[in-house]
Design a protein around this ligand. Structure first.
Ligand SMILES: Nc1ncnc2c1ncn2[C@@H]1O[C@H](COP(=O)(O)OP(=O)(O)OP(=O)(O)O)[C@@H](O)[C@H]1O
Length: 340
C-alpha cells in the first residue's frame, strides 16, 4: 500500500466572528492517493475554499489533522509549511496572473523565487509552454490572451517547480464550455504524463464527470458522500448529491419527474444502471418471453471518463412473480432501484 498523498483525519474548522461562530468544516476523514484525480464538489458555502486553505496550510484546522506528503501541517513551523506548499501547484478561478509580466515572465516567477538560474528557467519554460501549447505566445501579456489561454499560463506556472500536487480551485468556473473542455484536457494530461495528483474544487458536476476518478460531496461543512465518480453518478444517496447530479444528468428522474411517472404509469417502476461492461439489452430482449410488459419511461446513456453509464427507468407490467423474475435478472448485471 502506498501512503496517501493527502490525509484528513477528523478535520473540523470553526471561524469565530466576535461572539458568533461558523462551523465551516466538520469531521472530514479522507485519504487522497498519489496519482489520482480527486474532486470536491458542493454548493456555495459548503466549505470548499476552506478545505483548499487547509491543504495548502493557509489555515490550520480547529480539530483533527491534515497531512500532506507525509507532513502533518498543524505540527510544522511556518518555514516548513512553506516548503510543503512548494510541492503544491495552485490554479485559480481568476487566473491570478501578473499583468505587468509576459507569459514567459509569469511562468518564470515561481522559478525565480525558488532561486533557479536563468538558463535552467529558460529550459524549463520552453518545456512548459510546449506542454500547455503556448510556445507562440511567450512574449504576450495577459491582457492579450483569451480566458482559456490565461488559464493555460496559470497551469504552466503551477507546474513550473514540478509539484506532486496540483490544486485547482474552480479553475474552469470563469470559462465557456469549449474552453472548459480544453483546460480539463490539460489537467488530465498533467495527471497522465507527469503523474501529478490533481485535486479539483468545483461546483460543476460536469467537471467531475469528465475529469475525476473519485469525488467527495460537501454539504454545509460535512462530507455527505464520497466514492468513485461512477458510483456517485449511478446511485447518489445524499440529498445534496441528488440535487447536484440531477442538475447535470437527465438520465435519472428528479423529484418532479418521479411524481409525473407515478401518476402516469401503473406498473412497477424501477431505475436500472448497468454495471460496467454489462449489456442491458440482452436481459431486456428476453423480458417478453417472461410474459412481462416493458416500457422505457426515462433515461439515457452518458459518458464518464470515456466509459458508458447507462441508466433507464422502466415500467414493468404483468404477474407480480414474473415481474420479480425480470427484476432479479436485471439485478445481476445492474444496480436496480425502485422509483418511489
Ligand atoms: N475567514 C472566515 N471567517 C468567517 N467565516 C468564514 C471564513 N471563511 C469562510 N467562512 C464561512 O465558512 C463557510 C464555508 O465557506 P467556504 O468559503 O469554505 O465555502 P465554499 O464552498 O468555498 O463557498 P463558495 O463556493 O461560495 O466560495 C461559510 O459559511 C463562510 O461564510
Amino acid at each position: 500500500m502506498t501512503e496517501p498523498i493527502i490525509r484528513f483525519e477528523g478535520v473540523g474548522k470553526t471561524f469565530k466572528r466576535g461572539k458568533a461562530s461558523v462551523r465551516a468544516l466538520d469531521d472530514i476523514t479522507l485519504d487522497i492517493e498519489p496519482g489520482e484525480i480527486f474532486a470536491f464538489i458542493g454548493f456555495s458555502g459548503a466549505g470548499k475554499s476552506t478545505l483548499v486553505r487547509l491543504i495548502n496550510g493557509l489555515e490550520a484546522p480547529t480539530d483533527g489533522t491534515v497531512t500532506v506528503d507525509g507532513h502533518t501541517l498543524n505540527r510544522l513551523s511556518p518555514k516548513k509549511i512553506r516548503e510543503v506548499r512548494g510541492d503544491i501547484g495552485m490554479v485559480f478561478q481568476q487566473f491570478n496572473l501578473l499583468r505587468s509580466r509576459t507569459v514567459y515572465g509569469n511562468v518564470a516567477y515561481p522559478l525565480e523565487l525558488a532561486g533557479w538560474s536563468k538558463r535552467d528557467i529558460y529550459e524549463r519554460i520552453t518545456e512548459l509552454l510546449h506542454f500547455v501549447g503556448l510556445t507562440e505566445r511567450a512574449w504576450s501579456y495577459p491582457e492579450e490572451l483569451s480566458g482559456g489561454q490565461k488559464q493555460r499560463v496559470g497551469i504552466a506556472r503551477a507546474l513550473a517547480t514540478k509539484p506532486s500536487i496540483l490544486l485547482a480551485d474552480e479553475a474552469t468556473s470563469a470559462l465557456d464550455p469549449d474552453t472548459t473542455r480544453d483546460v480539463l484536457a490539460l489537467l488530465r494530461k498533467a495527471n497522465e504524463e507527469l503523474g501529478t495528483t490533481v485535486v479539483v474544487i468545483t461546483h460543476e458536476m460536469e467537471v467531475v464527470r469528465s475529469l475525476a476518478d473519485r469525488v467527495a460531496v460537501l454539504d454545509a461543512g460535512r462530507m455527505v458522500e464520497h466514492g468513485s465518480v461512477r458510483e456517485i453518478f449511478s446511485a447518489p444517496k445524499a440529498d445534496a448529491t441528488r440535487r447536484i447530479v440531477g442538475a447535470t444528468l437527465d438520465t435519472q428522474p428528479d423529484e418532479q419527474e418521479i411524481d409525473e411517472l407515478e401518476a402516469s404509469y401503473r406498473g412497477r417502476l424501477i431505475t436500472v444502471t448497468a454495471n460496467p461492461g454489462e449489456n442491458l439489452g440482452a436481459v431486456i430482449g428476453r423480458v417478453g418471453e417472461r410474459g412481462v410488459g416493458l416500457e422505457f419511461v426515462h433515461g439515457g446513456v452518458t459518458r464518464i471518463k470515456g466509459d458508458d453509464l447507462t441508466t433507464f427507468t422502466l415500467n414493468l407490467t404483468g404477474q407480480e412473480s414474473d415481474v420479480q423474475t425480470v427484476v432479479d435478472e436485471l439485478a445481476r448485471i445492474a444496480t436496480v432501484r425502485e422509483v418511489a
